[in-house]
Structure formats: structure tokens, C-alpha cells
Design a protein around this ligand. Structure first.
Ligand SMILES: *[C@@H]1O[C@H](CO)[C@@H](O)[C@H](O)[C@H]1NC(C)=O
Length: 984
């Protein structure tokens, strides 16, 4: 490998490679924190923090940003003006165009750019080809809707010092834009919610010409001291600004040349009266974000968003991980608001909380905290969207409108996935497939990591171990199963590999700062990277996935994109140099956090177009992501470890993904690195059965751990967890439909479902599943035989498995038994949800199975409701109305009915093949938990549907020893697609 890779004769490359290899082969150790920057090792981070400290430490600090008098104009929902930044004591200024937009969707947007200079005014320092503009294309990749201007927005007040614009639903929202200094106060119902630049941390590092120091005059003896004095003076002149990283920056032996000099943007955003802030995934920490400026229990470092390959990440840390979504939601009792910071460059966010005496809400109670945040990005526009809620659902919905919602997944992709690095051969795959059947463990997908390829050349197979991939694919297909193969963005730089030859010949790779093809190291050794920002590159990428090009793949082969941060083993912080160049001559610096998404998206579209007319919804998993990635696939939380604390950390991480609009997420079940003890593995399966994305995965050095290897009693318990997931698939799929429609998270934290219950706001180890009322609290501690579940309301709660009435009271913890074979899972009263109870080998084999409905009667003893969404689970026909969406209601404790949830006239739907067949799927059983005692003695119920009436038998079990009464209505026999009514 060493000898065959072109080492470009560089000693540095060689050393890097060695150190990379030694890391690869070293025994599992935690990520080396020092491989990643701390704030004071990132020039602009340090400068922005220092700027904030300076502002805070200066009495009567004046932000040097003022709206130029008379420059502003409000028209058609938009306020435009020029901000003048005073850059020195002489009063010289830089012009920064400001746009504040008000959208029909109720969001507002504040954008600050920098006026383009006259040609030649600013020369790039190096001979770089980098574009001489602030990066302004993030919107093009991220925003898909919700930005039509609100023509109804109106000026409520205006004078020389400020303008107030009313906007949003019934003009309840207001933005007060003050000019000197520039600040914005966003209000709802007259109360301040979010303030920009209230603390004066606004900072737009303007472009400037580097003043090259005059050539050093030869020093004579005794002049040393004077030289030092000059340095001092220089510092004085520049107001103490630290210029040391303006023009280049070093880290870990790499130099970042900065042809454009300093150009960061920063702003303080205060959430008035809000104690909790959530979001900005991905970090391994609590859902409710911590303070970052030191103090007991707080972080010292800001939260960082700079997508990186942070394997074996440390927990409870603001360190960056693989993906970034710069959406932050703030919540207080009965109110949610949010900001979305649209910037794809390296970004850091400080969070502090303080009692705010100016906060009118604090009056009286006195104890209310406000949260202040400070955001700064290395380059690009300052571009922030503001959401004024007031509910958490309003935030996810509007954010979904803006950046898109979760793509409707293939149904198989929300079932169980079996992965490891690696299944060694097609025989190995077939064997695991057969064993899962033998042990009656359902699964849908088996995965191949990098070793299936011929020497890490993607789109090839290792001919020795995978002799006949098609026969492997066919065996899987015979039980409706799928194969996922990994395809990464690094393309092996070697001879006789047509993919790399084409990449070079067509000039579709990322370039280095000199405009030549970038070469770095990854799994295959020397590699080049496809530049998925380029339309031509995406088109070429699509050609590689055609069945005729990627031989050995077939209709049930799907794709996994890893290493797309991108991971570059010998690069700074294991990624690409920031001065690399992408399509359009944008620097990598500008687009880094978008990189993973553009690649993931390219693969999504490639898979979608494999065969003309094949309109299957693609399944593509990604490790790296950005705002908008939810439109094209699923993510997982990267390289975790087989340890209890990693299991525990996965739950807030997955919840955070949901809050930030990318709910199709999960952690590697079992932990990627290391070998889980059997109890840990078992508990992880029980937790994983509640991740929206449910995959077992293991590192190449980890022992085999397919669930049937666990031995008794573990294998049986794991099989039960898998079957629980499979039986609830109809309800999970219904939750995905909701996420697709309006961005609702799939698993929901307490603050989301119960926004008035303050005691629940920071709880992040239990959650509700979709609209089922299922409240889960997976066990994440060893030997924990009981857990305490926090109860958010006065509803009745039943144990999922025993129908026991759990003795709850609102706002209190209730202790629930959780021996190894039990997942703490409660059913909130008042819901109806669907299951498919017949155990099968895969979800595809369940496609035509009948349904069981579970009715959990609410506290009033009479009422429950819920819904079920069904479609063919694979095509886009649902977009043409080929779906069933039922609403079930139990009324007056007497009738259970099914009607079209969207009020569609059944006759208006032209039924396709799937729909016709689906009419034959029946409601088999209805289990009514908490059935009224008036049902006792009943033997029969009447079922009415389509003008026909028949009877079904009912079996009533009275309440006993803490268990609720329940009734089972058997062989209901009504079509799932039809209107029907059961009368007791
Ligand atoms: C995704 O790919 C399509 C097709 O090439 C392209 O039109 C779109 O701009 C891409 N979007 C992202 C986010 O990469």
C-alpha cells in the first residue's frame, strides 16, 4: 500500500500517512481532543469571543454599526438600508447592505452583506483563484420555501431613529429596527422575544487590503528595544485587535492560507425570558443546551459546528461532530421561538444565561432566566431567520417549510438494519440472513462496509469474497430484504480505475488552492474527492449508479454515504484544507458544512435515476449533514462506543435531531467501537427499537454480535424488541408521514408535547412516539431493574405489556419495573394506534397483513382517537393520492369509527393496483384497554360498513389487581380502506 500509492515525494505526506495508519491500527482509544480546535486555536473564534469580552468589559459600549440615516426604505414586505461600520477613530466606514424580509409564512429574515468593492480595490493576497465575494449561495442549497414576501406587513411607526414593522398572522409579530446602533427587537403580542445586537456583539469583519510590512531594515545593535515599541504602537493603532490569524493560520502542522483575510460574521441573539434553548445538532450532550462560558457544570468552550470525523467522540461536550444544523429553539412556559443561522462555514455558538432585570416577564417572579447566545461564522453573509412560534410545533412546521421536511421513506428503511464492518463475503451475508430466520429475528436490510470493494475502489467488488453479488441480492430479495453498500466521496487515485480516470478527465474533483486537483488520504490511500457542488459532477455521479455501470447491484441495493464531512486523514482536523476550491471557485471554508449534504443529495438523485421509469423512493444513509439533509435520507450519529454512557447519550442526540428538522436518525445499536456485554447489547436493542433509524453496527475489530449470538436469555429478549418494532411499524410509518407533511419530530421530548409543563423542559431520556401516546423510557443503566418515568399530565397511563393502570400523578415520577426482558413503555390514555401482530421475517412480507388497533381509553372513560397512514411503502404513487389515511375515534365509550382522515371522497381517488389490493386488508382485532364496565357481559358488537352490517365477537376482561379492564373485539373484518363503525 505504501509503495503503490503515489506519495508525491513529499515527506510531510508520508509522515501524515504513517500517523494516520498508526491511529487506524491503534487499539480503541477516545478521540484525541487535541486533534480538533479549541476556540482559542481558531482565529475568528478567538477574535469574536475577545470582541464580546471587550464589549462586556467596556462601560457604555457602543456597537460601531449604525444604519445610515435616510438610507432605509420599506417596500413589499422588505426593509432595505445600509449599515455603516465605523472602522477606526478617524470615522472611516464600510458599507454593509442590510435586508430585513418579512415572509407570508410568518418568519422574518435579517441579512447583512458587504458592499462589493470597486474592481481592484481589494486584491486577494495570494494568487488564489478564490471568488472575491462573500459566500451567498447557502440559500440555494438549503431553502426550499416559505420565503414569499408578506405584502401585508406594514410600518407601524417610523422616525429618524427606528422603524417598527408589523407582520405575521394577524400582525401579532413586530420587528423594531433601531438605527443607532443597529439592533432588532422581535416581539410577539407586544412582548420582546428575540433581540439582535442587544449586547453589541455584532461583528462583520470587513475585507481589507493586507498592508505588507515594509522590508525589515537591517538591525543595528541596540535597536531591538525600538522595534518592540513599534509593535506596541501598531497594536495601539488597531485597537488591540489580534491580527495574528488574519492572513494565515496554523493548526496541527497545516497552514490555512487566507487569500481574503479576515471576514467573519458574528452577532448576539438574546432570547428574552427563555431559560431553555435546544437544537444546533450534532453534539453529544443534553437536549437543553448548557452554558459555554465556564462556571460550575458549564462548558468552557462554545458549541462548535464544523463537520468532522470525530470518531469515538467524547460525551457531554460542545465539540463538533459529523453534521451541523444551525437551528436553535428557545422555550419557556407556553412559548417557543427560534432562530436559524444560515451559514455553512465553521460556526461557534456561545450560550449564557442570566437573570434579566429588564425583562418585564421577570417582574414579580424574579427568578426567570434569559438566555443569550453569541453566534459567529468564519465567512459568508450574516443571514438569520427568526421564528416567533408560539408553539414548538409552529417552529418545526415553519422550519420544515423553509428547509424541507423528511422525505417519505421506503417502509423497509424504518425497520431493522443489520450492519457490521464487515460482512466478509457473499456467503457470510447469506449465512447471517439464514441465521436471522433460524432464530426468528425479523430484519430488512443487511449492510456492507468498505471491505466489499476491490481495494476501496467504489463501484467495484472484491472478486474473491464477493463472487456473485447478484445471487446474494436475490437470496435477500426472496424474503423482501435489501442490501446496502457503502459509497464514499473519496475516489482512489490509482491506475486502471475508470472512475478516477473519468473524475480527472472531466475535471469534476475538488481542487486545492492553486486550482489543481486536490489529493489527500482516506481509506484507499491517495484519493481525490468528487465535488458535488458541481452540476456536471452530480450528473456524472448518477451515471455510476446505473445497474449497467455498478454491476452486481439490483433493485434491492441501496446506498450508504460515509466520510462525507469530508474525512481526509491527513488534512487539518481530519478534513479538507479550507483554502481548497469548489465549483464556482468558492473556498472550502465557505461551504464546508454543506459538503456532506451536497454529496448525500447527489447520491440520492443518482439512486433515484438508476433506471428510467424506476420510481422507487431512494434510501441513502449519510453521516454528514446540514439543514435540508432531511429531504434526502437518514442519518446516524457516527462512531460511538459500546458503553452504557454512549447508549444514554444517544437519546438526547436523537431527540435533538427531531427538534432540528432531521428526525430520521439513530445511533449504532451496540456501539460501534468495542464489545458490548450482553446486557448492554440487549438494552441497546430495546432502546434502538425506538430510534427512528434502527441499525446494529460494529467495528471491524469488534467481535461478531449478530443478535442471535447473544445466547439465552438475551437472544429471546432481543428478538422480542425487534418484533415490538415490527408490530408497531404501521404507527412508526404514520409518524413519518406526519414528519413528511409538516416537520413534526418522530419521537418527541416532553417540552414539545407538553409546552406548559416547566418541570419537563430539560427531560431528555424519555419521549412520546408519534401520535400514539406511547411514552418510552429505555433503560440506559446497567442493572437498572426499575426506572422513574416523569408524567406530564393528568391522563391515565397503562403499561404497554400488562395493561396495568400505572398510578401516576401529573408532574410526578412514577416507578416502573424494568427487568431485562422489559422496556419501560406506557400508553397514554386517549389514543388509538395500529399494529401488525403477525410475526414475519421482514416488513415486506407484512405488506398485506391485517391490522390490530389498540384503543387506550382516556381518563373520562369514553374517548380516544388516532390515525393510520398506509401506502405502498416504496413508490411515489402516494403523491397521486394512492394512500389510505384513516382517522379512528372512540365516542361516548360506545362506538369506534373509521373515516378518511383528510375528508377525501373515496370516489375521487382513482385506485391503482396497490390501492385495489389494499382494500382487502382488514382490521382484524381491536383491543380496548380501559374498556368501560358497561361492556362486561357483552358477547357481540355490530360492525357497519358500506351499508352492510354484521357482528363480531367481543371478549371482556374485568379490571383485576391493578390491571385495567380490557376488551378484545375479534375478527372485525372491516376493510382498512373503508368507512366503518363498531357499535358496542
Ligand atoms: C440535489 O441534486 C439535484 C440534482 O442534481 C440538484 O438540482 C439540487 O440542487 C441538489 N441539492 C442539494 C442540496 O445538493
Amino acid at each position: 500500500m505504501l509503495a503503490s500509492g503515489p506519495l508525491s515525494g513529499k515527506w510531510t505526506t508520508y509522515v501524515c500517512l504513517l500517523s494516520t495508519l498508526s491511529t487506524l491500527f491503534a487499539p480503541a482509544v477516545s478521540v484525541k481532543e487535541h486533534d480538533f480546535k479549541k476556540c482559542d486555536q481558531s482565529g475568528f473564534c478567538k477574535r469574536n469571543r475577545a470582541f464580546a469580552d471587550h464589549a462586556v468589559g467596556t462601560s457604555a459600549w457602543q456597537s460601531p454599526y449604525n444604519v445610515l440615516p435616510d438610507s432605509g426604505a420599506f417596500k413589499d414586505g422588505q426593509f432595505q438600508a445600509t449599515i455603516l461600520k465605523t472602522i477606526n477613530d478617524k470615522g472611516e466606514t464600510v458599507r454593509l447592505p442590510l435586508t430585513v424580509s418579512f415572509h407570508e409564512s410568518g418568519t422574518a429574515r435579517v441579512t447583512i452583506d458587504e458592499e462589493k468593492r470597486q474592481k481592484g480595490e481589494i486584491e486577494l493576497r495570494h494568487s488564489s483563484k478564490a471568488r472575491k465575494e462573500r459566500y451567498n449561495e447557502a440559500e440555494q442549497w438549503v431553502v426550499v420555501g416559505g420565503t414569499s414576501l408578506d405584502k401585508e406587513a406594514k410600518v407601524a411607526f417610523e422616525d429618524k431613529t427606528q422603524i417598527t414593522v408589523q407582520y405575521g398572522p394577524s400582525s401579532k409579530f413586530e420587528a423594531v429596527i433601531r438605527f443607532s446602533p443597529f439592533t432588532v427587537d422581535f416581539k410577539r403580542d407586544g412582548q420582546s422575544q428575540i433581540k439582535f445586537n442587544d449586547k453589541g456583539f455584532l461583528n462583520v469583519e470587513h475585507w481589507r487590503q493586507k498592508i505588507e510590512p515594509p522590508p525589515e531594515p537591517e538591525k543595528k545593535e541596540g535597536e531591538e528595544a525600538e522595534g518592540e515599541k513599534k509593535e506596541e504602537e501598531k497594536k495601539e493603532e488597531s485597537k488591540g485587535e489580534d491580527e495574528s490569524t488574519w492572513w494565515d493560520e496554523q493548526f496541527g502542522g497545516n497552514t490555512d492560507s487566507k487569500p481574503r483575510g479576515p471576514e467573519s460574521v458574528g452577532l448576539d441573539i438574546s432570547f428574552v425570558g427563555y431559560e431553555h434553548v435546544f437544537g444546533i445538532p450534532s453534539h453529544a450532550g443534553p437536549l437543553s443546551l448548557k452554558q459555554t462560558r465556564g462556571g460550575e457544570g458549564n462548558y468552557q468552550e462554545p458549541y462548535r459546528l464544523y463537520n468532522a470525523d470525530v470518531f469515538e467522540y467524547i460525551l457531554d461536550s460542545p465539540m463538533t461532530l459529523y453534521g451541523a444544523i444551525p437551528l436553535m429553539q428557545a422555550h419557556r412556559k407556553d412559548s417557543s421561538v427560534a432562530v436559524f443561522w444560515l451559514n455553512a462555514a465553521e460556526t461557534w455558538i456561545d450560550v449564557t444565561k442570566a437573570k434579566d432585570s429588564k425583562n418585564p416577564l421577570a417582574l414579580g417572579s424574579g427568578s426567570k432566566l434569559s438566555t443569550s447566545t453569541h453566534w459567529y461564522s468564519e465567512s459568508g453573509l450574516l443571514d438569520v431567520f427568526v421564528f416567533l412560534g408560539p408553539t414548538p410545533h409552529d417552529i418545526t412546521e415553519k422550519y420544515g417549510e423553509l428547509t424541507g421536511t423528511t422525505a417519505m421513506p421506503q417502509e423497509f428503511s424504518i425497520a431493522y438494519h443489520q450492519c457490521r464492518w464487515n460482512y466478509n463475503s457473499d456467503d457470510d451475508v447469506k449465512d447471517v440472513d439464514a441465521k436471522m430466520d433460524k432464530f426468528k429475528m425479523p430484519y430488512d436490510v443487511i449492510w456492507l462496509d468498505i471491505e466489499y470493494t476491490d481495494e476501496k475502489k467504489y463501484f467495484t467488488w472484491d472478486g474473491h469474497s464477493f463472487k456473485d453479488p447478484i445471487s446474494m441480492g436475490k437470496q435477500l430479495e426472496s424474503h423482501g430484504r435489501k442490501l446496502v453498500t457503502i459509497i464514499d466521496p473519496h475516489i482512489k487515485n490509482t491506475d486502471n480505475y475508470p472512475v478516477v480516470a473519468e473524475l480527472k478527465a472531466k475535471d469534476l474533483a475538488v481542487k486545492n488552492k492553486d486550482g489543481n486537483i486536490f489529493e489527500g488520504w482516506c481509506w484507499p490511500g491517495s484519493s481525490h474527492w468528487i465535488d458535488a457542488f458541481s452540476p456536471a459532477a452530480r450528473e456524472w455521479w448518477a451515471s455510476l449508479f446505473k445497474y449497467s455501470s455498478f454491476k452486481g447491484t439490483m433493485e434491492n441495493t441501496w446506498i450508504w454515504n460515509d466520510m462525507n464531512e469530508p474525512s481526509v486523514f491527513n488534512g487539518p482536523e481530519t478534513t479538507m484544507p479550507k483554502d481548497n476550491l469548489h465549483y464556482g471557485n468558492w473556498e472550502h471554508r465557505d461551504v464546508h458544512n454543506l459538503n456532506g449534504m451536497t454529496f448525500h443529495n447527489a447520491t440520492h438523485h443518482a439512486v433515484k435515476s438508476r433506471k428510467p421509469g424506476e420510481l422507487q423512493r431512494p434510501f441513502v444513509l449519510t453521516r454528514s449533514f446540514f439543514a435540508g439533509s432531511q429531504r434526502v435520507g437518514a442519518m446516524w450519529t457516527g462512531d460511538n462506543q459500546a458503553a452504557w454512557d454512549h447508549l444514554k447519550a444517544s437519546i438526547p442526540m436523537v431527540l435533538s435531531q427531531g427538534i432540528a428538522g432531521f428526525p430520521f436518525s439513530g445511533a449504532d445499536v451496540g456501539g460501534f467501537f468495542g464489545n458490548p456485554e450482553k446486557d448492554l447489547l440487549t438494552r441497546w436493542y430495546q432502546a434502538g427499537a425506538f430510534y427512528p433509524f434502527f441499525r446494529g453496527h460494529a467495528h471491524i475489530d469488534a467481535r461478531r454480535r449478530e443478535p442471535y449470538l447473544a445466547g439465552e436469555p438475551y437472544s429471546t429478549i432481543i428478538a422480542a424488541a425487534l418484533r415490538l418494532r415490527y408490530s408497531l411499524l404501521p404507527s412508526w410509518y404514520t409518524a413519518f408521514r406526519q414528519a413528511y407533511l409538516d416537520g413534526t419530530p418522530i419521537i418527541k421530548p416532553m417540552f414539545y408535547t407538553h409546552p406548559s409543563e416547566e418541570a419537563g423542559f430539560a427531560i431528555d431520556d424519555q419521549f412520546f412516539v408519534g401520535n400514539t401516546g406511547l411514552l418510552a423510557k429505555p433503560v440506559t443503566d446497567q442493572d437498572r431493574e426499575m426506572v422513574d418515568i416523569w408524567i406530564p399530565d393528568n391522563e391515565v397511563y397503562y403499561d404497554y405489556f400488562t395493561y396495568d393502570i400505572v398510578p401516576t400523578s401529573k408532574g410526578k415520577l412514577v416507578r416502573v419495573d424494568s427487568p431485562m426482558n422489559k422496556i419501560p413503555l406506557l400508553m397514554q390514555g386517549g389514543h388509538i394506534f395500529a399494529r401488525r401482530d403477525r410475526p414475519r421475517r421482514s416488513s415486506a412480507l407484512m405488506k398485506w397483513d391485517d391490522y390490530t388497533l389498540v384503543v387506550t381509553i382516556g381518563r373520562d372513560g369514553k374517548f380516544a382517537e388516532g390515525d393510520l397512514y398506509v401506502d405502498d411503502g416504496e413508490s411515489y404513487d402516494f403523491e397521486k393520492g394512492q394512500y389510505i389515511h384513516r382517522k379512528f375515534v372512540l365516542e361516548a365509550g360506545k362506538t369506534i369509527s373509521s373515516t378518511d382522515a383528510e375528508g377525501r371522497d373515496p370516489k375521487s381517488i382513482k385506485e391503482g393496483e396497490w390501492f385495489k389490493k389494499a382494500r382487502n386488508i382488514l382490521v382484524d382485532k381491536i383491543i380496548v384497554v380501559g374498556a368501560p364496565s358497561s361492556w362486561s357481559g357483552k358477547k357481540e358488537v355490530t360492525v357497519e360498513s358500506d351499508g352492510t352490517t354484521w357482528t363480531a365477537s367481543v371478549e371482556y376482561s374485568p379490571a383485576a389487581k391493578g390491571r385495567a379492564a380490557f376488551a378484545i373485539i375479534k375478527k372485525v373484518g372491516a376493510s382498512i380502506a373503508a368507512d366503518w363503525k363498531v357499535v358496542v
